[in-house]
Design a binder for this molecule. Structure first.
Ligand code: HEC
Length: 500
């Protein structure tokens, strides 16, 4: 036996030796061919950051395809001619490897990334266009990383602006609707002026960011980061950093990613969802110069909650457990749990809406893993109805001036279907298929609720404008994978038919 084992060992060594010699040196390949665009440290530059936290949505096979063949019409060229498949695989393995120790992105790095492009004193007093500035839509085109500013009356694009890679998490508007703030996957925050149609400032607040929220008085932006584990506060005026908060449990022992941060207008501050610690954070925003300007309240919960829905008064918060199996209602005044909520099938709370039904407020929540829409009575917190849908979807959208709510089934084989719910009878009254075979999602209403705009979520996609009463198509505007569109008026006046 010992003889056999050592023979095997020898054979294994002999086999392994040439293999090891041929193993490509991914680090040096990266340094030579990739670092100039993606950064020596992989934290990004002209190209996006290549760290596992940021690549979560890109499968390794798709990454290998990008490295081999590039991305059309971008600076990312294919390397199939330079590298063997083994070398490409080694590079892909490298970019999915965590950076250890975790890279630092604190106040010095954040400050160094800050730039103000336009002196606020030089901004025009009035819009440089004739359209209603409160009925603009900001359309995020994730196909080629642009935003389009769309006139919400004539449905004509007014302007197209390049953005950082992968803007996500929903833009936020200043209380007067003049400025829009964008956040990107790689932690960039941008301030854009809707009057002059110019980017006026930007800063990188993290390496991997989830979303941003603006304080109700419009003075402070909060950035929720996964990497590093921070909540970053910025001056909304010029995006200069105010404070970097290391997010941990009360004892300072367990760090946590921040799943999302929300504005809570009646509460004069922010509410944040922590991914790794069983706490919900409420942070008030005091006047500039105040001694303890951002008092923090930690609300202990049984397990980490994420993906929040708030009632219109911001008294109650509905949050779901990380695995999506449970949801609870918290009273934000008392910090106590009010009720458990039986919402299996991954409720997408952040996309829920509410309205009055027979004198009671109800909310409608789509599910990411179930072909159903849940209607919940917000007084008793009981499920009123589970409505069967064409398939799991992301969003439901309504408007105060329309009795109809629109939902998608974009996570299912019926991804090309939009369904229309009559919010009075709770019946699905119409099914639309704007582009057969192509994904349709994310409906948003115009300011007056007369039109509903849907996204054909493809590289050669479009915004389809519907008459919200007759459900007939009014116009189709070509766009590059328009992931979301946001109406200034509906956002700043907190329409209950959309999220904020
Ligand atoms: C000339 C600049 C440049 C060089 C050199 C370059 N890239 Fe890129 N890369 C980019 C840009 C820009 C993008 C984003 C393309 C887009 O808009 O989709 C990108 C995208 C990627 C992506 C997809 C990232 C994502 O989140 O979807 C991967 C993976 C990638 N590059 C890997 C590499 C590797 C590995 C190398 C070296 C072999 C390399 N790149 C060299 C500019 C570059």
């Amino acid at each position: 036996m010992p003889y056999t084992r050592s023979a095997l060992l020898l054979a294994a060594l002999l086999l392994a030796a040439p293999l090891r010699a041929a193993e490509p040196d991914a680090a040096s390949l990266y340094a030579t061919h990739c670092a100039s665009c993606h950064g020596v440290d992989r934290l990004g530059g002209l190209g996006p950051a290549l760290v596992p936290e940021n690549l979560g949505r890109l499968r390794p096979q798709a990454a290998a395809d990008v490295v081999a063949n590039g991305r059309p019409a971008t600076r990312m060229q294919g390397f199939a001619e330079n590298f063997s498949p083994t070398e490409i695989k080694a590079l892909v393995d490298l970019v999915y490897r965590p950076i250890l120790p975790t890279p630092t992105w604190g106040m010095p790095q954040i400050r160094a990334s800050h730039s103000v492009r336009v002196d606020p004193a030089l901004l025009p007093e009035k819009p440089v266009f004739a359209a209603d500035p409160l009925n603009l839509f900001v359309v995020v085109e994730s196909g080629d990383h642009h935003i389009t500013i769309l006139d919400g009356d004539r449905f004509e694009p007014l302007h197209r602006e390049p953005t950082h890679y992968a803007v996500h998490g929903g833009p936020k508007f200043s209380p007067d609707g003049r400025f829009v703030y964008l956040s990107s996957r790689d932690g960039w925050v941008t301030k854009f002026d809707l009057y002059s149609l110019r980017t006026i400032a930007e800063i990188r607040a993290g390496i991997n960011a989830r979303n941003i929220a603006l304080s109700p008085d419009g003075s402070v932006l909060a950035v929720a980061n996964y990497l590093p584990n921070t909540l970053v506060l910025l001056n909304a005026s010029d995006l200069s950093p105010i404070q970097v908060i290391a997010v941990t449990d009360r004892a300072g022992a367990v760090p946590s990613r921040v799943s999302a941060v929300y504005q809570a207008p009646p509460r004069h501050g922010f509410v944040a969802a922590l991914k790794d610690v069983p706490e919900v954070w409420e942070m008030s925003v005091g006047p500039a110069g105040a001694k303890n300007r951002f008092p923090l309240r930690r609300i202990a919960v049984a397990e980490p909650l994420e993906d929040f829905f708030f009632d219109p008064a911001y008294r109650h918060l509905v949050g779901s457990s990380r695995d999506g199996g449970r949801a609870v209602v918290l009273d934000l005044d008392t910090g106590q749990k009010v009720a458990p909520l039986d919402l299996p099938g991954m409720p997408h709370l952040g996309a829920g809406i509410s309205w009055e039904l027979d004198g009671r407020r109800v909310m409608a929540i789509p599910h990411l893993k179930e072909a159903a829409l849940s209607i919940v009575d917000m007084q008793s917190w009981k499920i009123l109805r589970r409505i069967a849908t064409a398939g799991p979807g992301f969003f439901i959208r309504g408007h105060e001036n329309s009795p109809y709510a629109w939902l998608d089934a974009s996570l299912s084989p019926a991804r090309d279907i939009l369904q229309i719910l009559d919010t009075r009878s709770l019946e699905i009254v119409r099914t639309l298929r704007p582009a057969p075979g192509k994904t349709v999602a994310h409906v948003e209403f115009s300011r007056d609720g007369r039109y509903a705009l849907a996204s054909i979520w493809e590289m050669d996609g479009a915004i389809v404008v519907y008459d919200a009463a007759s459900f007939t198509e009014v116009k189709r505007i070509p766009m590059s994978k328009p992931s979301g569109k946001y109406n200034v008026f509906n956002k700043i006046f907190l329409s209950a038919g959309t999220s904020h």
